[in-house]
Design a protein around this ligand. Sequence first.
Ligand SMILES: Cc1cc2nc3c(=O)[nH]c(=O)nc-3n(C[C@H](O)[C@H](O)[C@H](O)COP(=O)(O)OP(=O)(O)OC[C@H]3O[C@@H](n4cnc5c(N)ncnc54)[C@H](O)[C@@H]3O)c2cc1C
Length: 570
Amino acid sequence: MAPLETHDAIISGAGPVGLFLAAELALAKCSVLVLEKAEDPHSPLKRLPFGMRGLSAPTIEALYRRGLLDQLEIHRQIKNPHSNAVKGARRQAGHFAGIPFHDGDIDPSQWRYRLPSSTETSLVSEMAELEAVLARRAQALGVEIRRGLAVTGFHRTEDGVTVQARDSSFKAQWLVGCDGSRSVVRKLAGFEFAGTEPEFTGYTTRIDLVDPEKLKPGRNLTATGMYLQSQPGYVLIQDFDGGAFHGAEKPITLEHVQEVLRRVSNTDVTISALHVAATWTDRARQATSYRNGRVLLAGDAAHIHSPLGGQGLNLGLGDAMNLGWKLAATIRKQAPEGLLDSYYSERYPIGAMVLDWSRAQVAIMKLDPHARALYAIVRDLINTRDGASYFAGRVWGVSTRYELAFDHPLVGYSVPNFEFDDGARIGELMHRGQGILLDFASNASLKTVASESGGRLEYVSRNAKDRLGLSEAGPCTRTPIRPGHRPRAGTTRSSSRSSPGACSRSRSSSICHSGAVDTTRLFVAKSASPSTRRRPGLPSPTGVNTLAAPTTCGAAGPPGASGGAPTGTA
Ligand SMILES: Cc1cc2nc3c(=O)[nH]c(=O)nc-3n(C[C@H](O)[C@H](O)[C@H](O)COP(=O)(O)OP(=O)(O)OC[C@H]3O[C@@H](n4cnc5c(N)ncnc54)[C@H](O)[C@@H]3O)c2cc1C
């Protein structure tokens, strides 16, 4: 029998999350096979207007930091659905449960580490375009994508996983389920998928109407549900039936959609043709673990919730960014113990928050008087400065922060997009996906640290136009920038005294930003004491932690003592 085709990793599912993850792994020189069930990547549901997906700040940053943002064209051609005709202070900047918040009410000064050079806080994308860009990128990096080959089973071997797809078998060290909400990988691997049952069935439809004037444009909360007409004939409906219709898996007929639309819109509108229809619910579930041996989950395979507020794609791409460099380091045997498990400890809480955000929206959209009373209160709050700023921070993802053990206010946030004297920005230096050691003080010892990292850290010595106070003399601060990109939490300190390039070699007033290339969260380790400050229960995080191990700076630890090793977020 011919030997099985072997890869470092097999990814089940060529959706946006699987493709992004594949590219991250390939960027780190891992061999990746993506198996995709659908023969044809095209679908009307991935095209505008149904395929419209709102991207939030961490996703936009991730794309920018991998050089992909410029390849998205759609957002330059279409209007953001949250931007109504009103300009200026009353421009709609987002919504919660359909309640808009406005530009003029938001106080951006609270995000003091977001520099003017930051990327957008939100933009509109199209699934079809995003997938095409990501597939092109993955293939250019050597990823093989086989379409029309659904994963149907797998079995674990001593050193990996053998995966079945129809009549073919493939071997890999790792299998990652990015195969969406009904993930076969999740089910076969026995992951628990815990959560709450749905309140409604949602309908995505393209219809012809005999009397379109009977429906109002935009989002309409009614006494019996919600309908949203993004353009004539493109209608989303939310019917609070407890998810019964979706669960019954009955065919979606014109007669059924008409009955639901008439009831929810409280009109006698008539549908003459039904072109496209799909249903979905607000069922909210999350895998209680993201790893089972050599099988991992990411994206909708790991968590599902209603699309209200549009966060699932952003959440999934955050998983991919966090997992990519950690899995690559594990495959390349460069990962410290526990690094891969920090994927779950960092990403699970973010997923749980998003599920609750979606549940909260559903709760106040319901039809009972209690829900309507809460809805009215939230509407009042969202129209205040503090309220609008709070909702904007959550919806745009700019207030998302990994809960790290260090007390510097920057720790756990996305790295600011520092702009250098020559106009270049730190985000443009992250395309290759490696860690960055950014040194504002031209410290020769930090250069040595990077040169001893075996290519995992790039040393960048430049002056930033605005250092955000990070260069002030005083206790040494070190800020590693990980390869991954979204924020989340979890900081630890390495206790290894023999860390190559530990900051004990550095001068006390220097600042080192070490990038371990996640995409972006910034970790500042303030060396305050030589003691380890590992958070209980959290593994030592990134492979570069040791490189950034703190020390002796400033008042804190004695030279040579190991202090805190910052760890990033993805
Ligand atoms: C109406 C609607 C609007 C939304 N709006 C937004 C928004 O504005 N912003 C946002 O962030 N999110 C939004 N979402 C959610 C977002 O679309 C999903 O969270 C996102 O697509 C998840 O990406 P994924 O790659 O994890 O899964 P998917 O996109 O579902 O991709 C999974 C892939 O796996 C393949 N697959 C399935 N089974 C197998 C198998 N056995 N073997 C191999 N391949 C398999 C599938 O064919 C598919 O290509 C919306 C969702 C809906 C329904």
